[in-house]
Design a protein around this ligand. Structure first.
Ligand SMILES: Cc1cc2nc3c(=O)[nH]c(=O)nc-3n(C[C@H](O)[C@H](O)[C@H](O)COP(=O)(O)OP(=O)(O)OC[C@H]3O[C@@H](n4cnc5c(N)ncnc54)[C@H](O)[C@@H]3O)c2cc1C
Ligand code: SF4
Length: 506
């Protein structure tokens, strides 16, 4: 039986389960650029351009490999605007009645595709942990308020993959070297840059189209330097191994205004599109350590992000189901402030992170977690609005990875299923880990008065608002006790200052 093999924009992997199940002499591969996918949130222009350019390069790879590919562009006058519509049209065009597709990475599409006629969904095997196996493991182990089990899962994954193992023991005698990974920002000299690529003709056409069709979407389209095919993505990763990995661990949490990438790999978008293989990347990072070129804390820190966090959040996403997106355990309902789009704020840290996000469609983990995420948590921003923002603005944002990071890790909106404590911090953390405060109109050391850093005001407001819940959390109880020891007049003043700030935010 001849079949349509639908390949989605984040399935750009030649060993994809649907391609492995197909017959290249007989079946037709369908890839389609559709408005529905480009606009269900208003994605950053660079993100749309990256996905479409990478799709077009992947088609060339498949055709060179002997596949018959039917490729529908966004500008095709007959384009229906939806994946379902394009699949129906392709079935009619090729007189084919059966469709195979590797499972999509979002509940939204999964629920839609499960209703499509004569469609077989195959598991996505590009991950190290099977999503059903994760659900079995998580059941009974993970529960709201009992978060922080990632470390247990991570050890299972280390044993399963054999990465950084000496027999049954972790290399270096420790599973986790995170304590070595919190150095304050380095001097700027000698910091690597991610590898950058000039757009070729295919990417150039996509950039023109995105500029023309999505002029009012957030973000700058140029300069555009992302890798758009497998060879480039692999070169970018090799460049990171050579120049970034050595200091990746040490400066993982640091932030600098003029050095946006520090020693981060900037490969998440390539990995999530399917241009890189997670296990091969981790094996290459381990080989760097075994060859004595990078310290263990860097190799371990990098591998933990991929086989630990990346797999863990995916497991949570599928296990918790579509309702996870509406979690709001802290009952936060304030609208997202306009400066998340405009960067127009006197708070230098937020201004720097939003400006960088607008220009690069990239921010590293601590910028997402401890600046934009931390502010939203302290200010009580609606987690669903914030989720839609993260999903729109980053080139690497796909719901299976973005949503648990936002809802669970950053906003504690799942009540502590994913994280063992809220990632709430006052200005002192930002002052220590970045150079932002030097460029700010607020004073990071001031805790009251007109110059007081808003993170300081909001931190105590957050602790006071959630004192009952946080008191029960062993990692937060001390902060509640500190708050309760403040004199009533001081508490009242802090509350008033924070509320005046929040009123101005509205
Ligand atoms: C609120 C919030 C939203 C996020 N949204 C996304 C998203 O949409 N897509 C995404 O890929 N990551 C997301 N992350 C995780 C992380 O911030 C990015 O993976 C990372 O910043 C990508 O940059 P990098 O490639 O330079 O990563 P590096 O710092 O070099 O880390 C290496 C790799 O590890 C993986 N990784 C690291 N941390 C995480 C994590 N917490 N979850 C999953 N994978 C991780 C990524 O694949 C990354 O490429 C989010 C984090 C937060 C706090
Ligand atoms: S002083 Fe406060 S608001 Fe300003 S940059 Fe520092 S942490 Fe951010």
């Amino acid at each position: 039986m001849k079949r349509i093999v639908l390949v989605l924009g984040d399935q750009l992997t030649p060993t994809l389960s649907s391609l492995r199940a197909a017959d290249r002499a007989r079946d037709v591969v369908l890839m389609a650029e559709v408005m529905g996918e480009a606009t269900y949130v208003r994605h950053h222009k660079k993100k749309i351009a990256l996905v479409l350019a990478a799709m077009r390069h992947f088609v060339a790879e498949l055709r060179a490999d002997g596949w018959h590919v039917d490729y529908i562009t966004l500008d095709d006058p007959a384009n229906t605007g939806s994946l379902r519509g394009e699949v129906m049209r392709a079935c009619a065009r090729h007189a084919i009645g059966h469709v195979i597709v590797t499972e999509p990475g979002e509940w939204r599409l999964m629920q839609d595709m499960e209703q499509w006629p004569a469609t077989t969904l195959l598991p996505d095997e590009r991950f190290l942990a099977d999503r059903h196996g994760f659900a079995e493991w998580a059941q009974g182990r993970l529960r709201p308020g009992g978060g922080g089990r990632m470390e247990h899962f991570y050890r299972l994954m280390r044993r399963k993959t054999g990465l950084l193992m000496e027999g049954d023991a972790p290399a270096g005698g420790q599973w986790n070297f995170d304590a070595d990974n919190r150095a304050p920002p380095p001097g700027a000299l000698g910091l690597p840059q991610p590898m950058q690529f000039a757009p070729d003709a295919t990417t150039g056409e996509v950039l023109d189209m995105v500029q023309r069709r999505f002029p009012d979407h957030f973000g700058d389209i140029s300069p555009f330097w992302f890798a758009t095919d497998r060879a480039q993505a692999e070169a970018a990763f090799a460049h990171f191994l050579r120049h970034g990995l050595r200091d990746f661990g040490r400066y993982q949490d640091a932030m600098l205004i003029d050095h946006r990438f520090l020693c981060h790999s900037v490969v998440s978008a390539y990995l999530n599109l399917g241009l890189l293989d997670p296990l091969a990347m981790c094996q290459a990072a381990e080989a760097e350590w075994r060859a004595g070129r990078v310290p263990l804390n860097s190799a371990e820190g990098f591998i933990r992000q991929i086989i630990g966090w990346r797999e863990f959040v995916r497991g949570i996403y599928w296990w918790r189901g579509p309702d996870y997106a509406r979690s709001n355990a802290l009952d936060a309902h304030r609208p997202l402030p306009g400066f998340y789009w405009s960067a127009d704020t006197p708070m230098a840290c937020l201004r720097a992170c939003v400006t960088q996000t607008r220009e690069e469609a990239y921010a590293h983990h601590i910028q997402r977690l401890m600046i934009t995420g931390n502010f939203a948590l302290l200010a009580g921003i609606d987690p669903h609005e914030l989720h839609e923002w993260y999903l729109a603005v980053y080139a690497d944002a796909f719901e299976w990875v973005e949503l648990p990071n936002t809802i669970g890790m950053s906003q504690f909106a799942d009540g502590g299923l994913l994280a063992s404590k809220p990632y709430a911090a006052s200005g002192a953390y930002i002052g220590r880990m970045s150079d932002y405060c030097g460029a700010c109109t607020y004073d990071v050391k001031a805790k009251e008065g007109a110059k007081a850093c808003p993170f300081n005001l909001l931190y105590w407001h957050f602790i006071a608002r959630h004192a009952e819940r946080l008191r029960r959390n062993p990692r937060m109880a001390q902060m509640v006790r500190t708050w309760e020891k403040f004199a009533p007049e001081k508490q009242e003043q802090l509350k008033q200052d924070a509320e005046a700030f929040l009123a101005r935010l509205a």
